[in-house]
Each structure stands twice: as C-alpha cells, then as structure tokens.
Ligand binder design. Structure first.
Ligand SMILES: *Cc1c(COP(=O)(O)O)cnc(C)c1O
Length: 430
C-alpha cells in the first residue's frame, strides 16, 4: 500500500517513505491510498493479540515489511497489555498506560522506533519532536540508546508536571531536551518551521516522532481491536453492540486511529472526541468555523492543544465518506467538571486522572444508557500525582517506572521560542 499527501495529492510514498519523512510537502499529512477492510471480524477478534495485530496492520506496510518482520516488531513494541476494566454496567475504561512510560503513547512510539530503525539502516537521523507531556517520555524511552538516531525533544517550560518532565529529561545519551519559553503550540510551530527549512531538514536528516507520523497512528489501531476482542470474549456478540468510544483528545491522533479501526470493519457505533477547555474542535463541529483560541493550561495538559495537527486526517475521513460523517461528536469539559468527575469515579471505586476523567464525563453527557461506553485511559494516575492527590485527598503510590526517575536530575537546556535559536542549536549539535 502507498500513502499520499493530503495537501499535495501527487506526492505518493511507500510506508517506509512516510515513516522516514514524517510530513509531506507543504506540511501535508500522509494518508493511506485505501483502507483495508475485514468482513470476518469475529474470526479476527478470536485471534491472539500479536497475530491479530499483524493481520490488521500488514496490508498497510506490506511494501516494506514481511509478516514475520512485522510480527517481530509488534512482539517487541507491544510487550505490555491494553486492558478493559468495567466501571459500571454499561461503562468501561480501556487502560492503555501499562507500558514503560505509563501512557498510551508507548504503543505508537515503540512501534515507530522499531520501524524507523529497520528502515534507516545505518544512516544518521535526527528526530525532532514537540511534547505537551507524554509524547516526550514515550519517544525518549522508545529511542534511547538506538545508534545513529539523535532525538531532540521540545516542551513548554513550566507547563508540564515535574514527574512528566523527569520521565524524559533525565536520560541523556542520544536524548536531548529543550525547555521552550512558550506553550505547546509554540513548540509545535517550531517543529513545523524546522520541517519547512529544506536546508536544515536535509543537513540533519530531520524526522518527527509526533503523532503526525503515520506509523504511530497505525500502531494505535491495534488496541481498538483488542478492546473489542476483550468485550467479545466476555460477552460474545452482545459485547459489540452499540459500542461507543470516548477519546480524550489533544492532537486527535488517537481518534484518527479509532476511525481507521471503524473503517476497517470493527463494529464501533460512534466516537465522542472529548476535549478540555481547549475546544477548537467541539466549536468547529457546532458552528462550521475553525477558529482556534489561545491555548489554555489545564490539568489535562497533554490535551492543551488548540490547533490539533491530526485534524486534517479526521476531516478527510468524515468528508470523503471513509466513515459516516455523523460518527464523531465532540464535547468540551471544563476544569471543575474534570475534578468532580475524578471524585465521582473514585466513588465508583476507580482512581483516575484528568484525561480519563474528561473522557468519562463526555460519555456521561453524550452517550445514552443503552449504549456501551468505553473511555480511553491514556495515562497512569500517578503521572498526575499532585492533582490526583489534591482532588481526591488520598495518597497515590508511585509505580517503579516513576519512582526510578524522580530522583534523577533534569538535563534540559532553556531556549526562546524563536526559530533561529532552535536552528542554531540543531546545526551545532549535528
Ligand atoms: C497525548 C495524550 C492525549 C491526547 O491524544 P491525541 O492523540 O493527541 O489526541 C490524551 N491523554 C494523554 C494522557 C496524552 O498523553
């Protein structure tokens, strides 16, 4: 299968090309030329996890990876579970935070790192990425120690939690981190500028590990199938009826992957894209007007995005009929509701964190009692220890992954949000 540039449709590349390039010309996102679909979903759902992932993903990557090469990558990358936990009779959480950095981004980052390593042979490349929190950790851990790959991660200084920061700024080696004087959208804009700079891009062989990279999205399709497989195993066909996913959304990569899964035949009735107060998308779906406001800092900081970079993919799928245009609704949840929801979930016996709480609340607003609502648990509550403890008034134990880095020191450099500073830094270290 080939991938084409959504902005400049004549640019067509293979999977390996899309992975290595990240973004196409004119900042266009790559999109598969067709979406494979499966009619015998039940047979697929009955398969063991790795085998099913290979079946689901191989059509996308078959130009570049054999089934056995893909199987090896998946076995290594997805070496931790995605787990459905019931919350109430018709609500459940899909826990995606059991990987090494305790966030769902481990799925995409670990898959991408192994693909890139396979495709780049021994050529030196630079990964430049912006993070609003969890991407940084997932990317840093996924690429740490891989020869010939230099990783530079930018994040908004002072706008992510200390533990989040420690998870990716303390590794050293091939992982370099920059604390930018600005917000996440500034960091994202700097990445785009670097990609637009042809000379820089070629000199340092630039790549991005942001969720614009198609490999990350493809990886994420797998856990939607896994969620359905677990429901099917528990409840048979009934477990797949009126299935609604509520996705806590920032850059809308997670939602994009879910829409792919639906287009491939997975019986998902519809999606709710849950945002925090950064509500560009819910306002857009209501008014038809795309008018991003300034980014607001919230408790669910990994979703503090006002110009979501995967939206063009979602828009394309809705407009072109790849998925039904009414299958996505979007709800914005404010800070107070988020906190109240964490408390409500704790009363149901489930300790959550702000991102999952936003998604659960959106379900409660938007899904009916007859629908079965699954909300995505994108991060471990301990990653948001301060806010979880102050909201619930009870201590949260640190899992080993976090306890280990909490005592290390931060190795970041501080920088302005001027592109010229970033450019000089990248060239100097090459
Ligand atoms: C990145 C992230 C999100 C948002 O995911 P997108 O794919 O960017 O929409 C939600 N929750 C957490 C914890 C995250 O790290």
């Amino acid at each position: 299968m080939k991938f084409y540039n959504l902005k400049e449709n004549d640019e067509v590349v293979s999977f390996s090309g899309a992975v290595k390039q990240g973004l196409g010309r004119n900042q266009g996102l790559f999109f598969p030329e067709s979406i494979p679909s499966f009619d015998n979903i039940e047979q697929l759902l009955a398969m063991p996890f790795v085998e099913r992932c290979v079946k689901v993903l191989h059509p996308f990557v078959s130009d570049d990876l054999s089934e056995s090469a893909l199987s090896k990558i998946i076995t290594e990358a997805f070496n931790f579970p995605a787990q459905i936990q019931p919350i109430s009779e018709n609500r459940a959480i899909l826990e995606l935070f059991h990987g090494p950095t305790l966030a769902f981004k481990d799925f995409g980052a670990r898959f991408m790192a192994r693909c890139l390593q396979t495709f780049s042979a021994n050529k030196k490349i630079t990964i430049l990425t912006a993070t609003s929190g969890d991407t940084g950790a997932a990317v840093a851990h996924a690429f740490h120690g891989i020869e010939n790959i230099r990783v530079v991660i930018m994040y908004p200084k002072g706008k992510i939690s200390l533990l989040q920061e420690k998870m990716f700024t303390t590794l050293g080696g091939n992982i370099e981190t920059i604390a930018v004087d600005g917000d996440f959208d500034d960091c994202q804009a700097l990445v785009k500028k670097a990609f637009d700079d042809k000379e820089l891009r070629e000199t340092i062989a630039l790549n991005s590990a942001n969720s614009i990279n198609i490999s990350r999205l493809l990886a994420q399709i797998c856990y939607y199938f896994e969620a359905a497989a677990q429901l099917y195993r528990q409840q048979g066909q009934a477990g797949l009826e009126d299935l609604v996913f509520s996705v806590p959304s920032g850059n809308f990569g997670n939602l994009t992957a879910g829409l792919f899964a639906k287009a491939m035949g997975l019986p998902i009735k519809r999606f709710i894209a849950a945002t925090n107060s950064n509500d560009t998308v819910p306002r857009y779906l209501q008014t038809g007007e795309w008018s991003p406001n300034d980014t607001i800092a919230t408790m669910s900081n990994a979703m503090d995005v006002s110009n979501p970079n995967n939206w063009p993919r979602v828009e394309h799928m809705l407009r072109s009929g790849i998925v039904d245009k009414n299958c996505v609704s979007s709800v914005s949840i404010d800070e107070e509701q988020t906190q109240m929801t964490m408390i409500a979930l704790a009363k149901l016996g489930y300790i959550s964190e702000p991102h999952a709480a936003v998604a659960y609340k959106a379900l409660q607003y938007n899904a009916s009692e007859t629908e079965f609502g699954v909300f995505l648990g994108t991060a471990h509550p301990a990653k948001f220890k301060e806010v979880v403890e102050s909201t619930l008034g009870q201590p949260i134990a640190l899992p080993k992954e976090l306890a280990d880095c909490a005592t290390e020191s931060i190795l970041s450099v501080d920088q302005s949000n001027e592109f010229s500073d970033l450019r000089a830094y990248l060239l100097a270290g090459n």
